[in-house]
Ligand binder design. Structure first.
Ligand code: ADP
Length: 493
């Protein structure tokens, strides 16, 4: 039985109990009043006291309703380890078929996943803890008039645990979890997707507090314009309307996931919609170790875990879980009881060939990426991690000419750094380069601060070349730190 049907039954019962007690009390008092002379026994008075007690109990139960309900849920909801495992298994199979629409009638599930099941990504967990606390103690926030964001956008490559963490938020807060993939809203007939969005929000509001999770939101939330697609637009518009249509204190929190935030329509990112964004990168060495440890819990293994964590840079968390699973299969095939290095090697080949989206780096490629990121950290004087795709830039409202040039320098730092150290150009991050050229063009076209964007880029590149070659020792030092820790902190610079 679901949590909200529990609530409804409790509500109805309290009302019935209270009303019956009141009616009986009135009847008793009326009888007493009419025939007080004939009443000799004290049972009438006992009856009245009993009814009064019943009313007091009904009132008490009504006000402590939430606690009673929580108690009932606990009794029913405590999932066994088996059901957790089953959930995890279902999870894995679900990620393999994300584009499917599982059901047209939208229903919520109770999530048995908690933060304990999510290894690593401690920063992300920290950012979401506030939402869990809000769902658990809304009064604490509402009495100060604080409204929490209605929407949280999880941004990160596939398999880093976006869905898992959303489920963990629902599990921690013990609220219903509505899962929908963006693709499931994409329908043939105009208006069908919008209808589904409406249905989703109506159900979520009726069971609030609740978490609505929209996976791969880009399927409906792509920038509008260009070739029009009426169905997609009407679905997106409905989503925007629905998000505007409820207040932050309604208890419905929408969590959406995407790989690329740049493709999303600006309207989705405006205030009051997905105003909070949480970026999840591929796991770094420490995270990978924690994820491997989680999947190796209560399994026997004889290989160097630290070394495996080091050698799996580029693996997503999902790829790591597959790796351990494949290694286990290999172990079973060998009829052995302990996972050995040979099982891991066999599994690695399978995962590397089987997973096109996972970024599996050789040591040479990792070396190049480390130089790229080390140069970025050195020029921007800020923390950078190995798989950080963003570049820290100066974000002032009225940037000066020099600040704009500094930003171009930061975008170009990585590729020029690699060129200087490796004495060869490499195609690594076209996005950074595009940003540098776009900004240079803006300086010329919009701000009229320079005459030619290409000349501007050329000059900045030359300055960077000489700056980075003078500091090559530092870049190499930072590169080694990056190779070891997969992150360069401010202290390292
Ligand atoms: P995404 O939504 O980012 O594509 P998922 O949350 O669907 O990734 O992750 C797929 C699977 O990978 C999960 O079901 C889980 O088994 C595993 N996984 C992902 N991230 C983690 C993590 N941080 N800790 C433990 N397992 C993880």
């Amino acid at each position: 039985m679901s949590r909200d049907s529990n609530k409804n039954i409790l509500d109805k019962n309290f009302k019935l109990m209270g009303m019956s007690a009141i009616i009986l009390l009135v009847l008793f008092l009326y009888t007493l009043y009419k025939s007080s002379d004939h009443i000799k026994s004290g049972s009438y008075y006992f009856g009245i006291i009993f009814l009064l007690l019943l009313i007091v109990f009904a009132i008490f139960a009504r006000f402590k309703q939430e606690k009673i309900q929580k108690f009932l849920n606990k009794e029913k909801g405590e999932g066994s380890t088996f059901s957790k495992e089953l959930n995890r298994a279902q999870d894995n199979s679900r990620t393999n078929s994300k584009h499917e629409d599982f059901s047209s009638n939208i229903t919520a599930v109770t999530s048995n996943i908690t933060f304990k099941d999510v290894a690593g990504i401690s920063q992300t967990k920290g950012e979401l803890e506030e939402i869990v606390d809000f769902l658990n103690n809304p009064k604490k926030y509402l009495k100060h008039g604080v409204k929490l964001p209605k929407g949280v956008l999880l941004v990160g490559p596939p398999g880093v645990g976006k869905t898992l963490i959303a489920r963990a938020v629902a599990g921690e807060a013990d609220v219903p979890f509505f899962y929908q993939s963006g693709a499931s809203f994409v329908q043939i007939y105009v208006g069908m997707g919008a209808k589904k969005v409406r249905e989703l929000f109506t159900k979520a509001k009726a069971t609030a507090p609740a978490i609505v999770f929209i996976d791969e939101i880009d399927a409906i939330g792509k920038k509008r314009g260009g070739k029009t697609n009426d169905e997609r637009e009407s679905t997106l518009n409905e989503l925007l309307t629905q998000m505007d249509g409820f207040e932050g204190d309604s208890g419905v929190i929408v969590i959406a996931a995407t790989n690329k935030i740049e493709v999303l329509d600006d309207a989705l990112l405006r205030a009051g919609r997905f105003d909070r964004r949480v970026f999840i990168n591929l796991p770094n060495i420490e995270d990978r170790k924690k994820i491997l440890e989680l999947y190796l819990t209560s399994k026997h293994y004889e290989f160097d875990l630290d070394r495996l964590a080091l050698e799996t840079s580029g693996f997503s968390s999902a790829a790591l879980s597959t790796l351990i699973n494949e290694a286990l299969l290999n172990m079973i095939k060998r009829e052995a009881k302990v996972i050995e290095l040979e099982d891991i090697e066999a599994a690695k080949t399978k995962v590397e060939f089987g997973k096109k989206d996972s970024l599996v780096l050789s040591m040479e490629q990792k070396d190049i990426l480390c130089i790229y990121q080390a140069s970025k950290a050195f020029v921007s004087k800020s923390k950078v991690s190995l798989f950080d795709e963003s570049t820290k830039k100066i974000d002032s409202i009225y940037p000066s000419y020099n600040e704009l040039l500094e930003n171009i320098k930061r975008y170009l730092a990585g590729s020029i750094g690699v060129e200087v150290i490796k004495k060869e150009k490499y195609a690594i991050n076209s996005e950074d380069l595009n940003k540098a050229y776009t900004l240079a063009q803006k300086i010329v076209d919009d701000y009229k601060m320079a005459k030619d964007a290409n000349v501007l880029i050329e000059n900045i590149s030359n300055d960077l070349r000489s700056y980075l070659s003078h500091n090559a020792t530092d870049i190499n030092r930072l590169k080694n730190i990056m190779l070891k820790n997969e992150v360069i902190t401010n202290d390292d610079i």
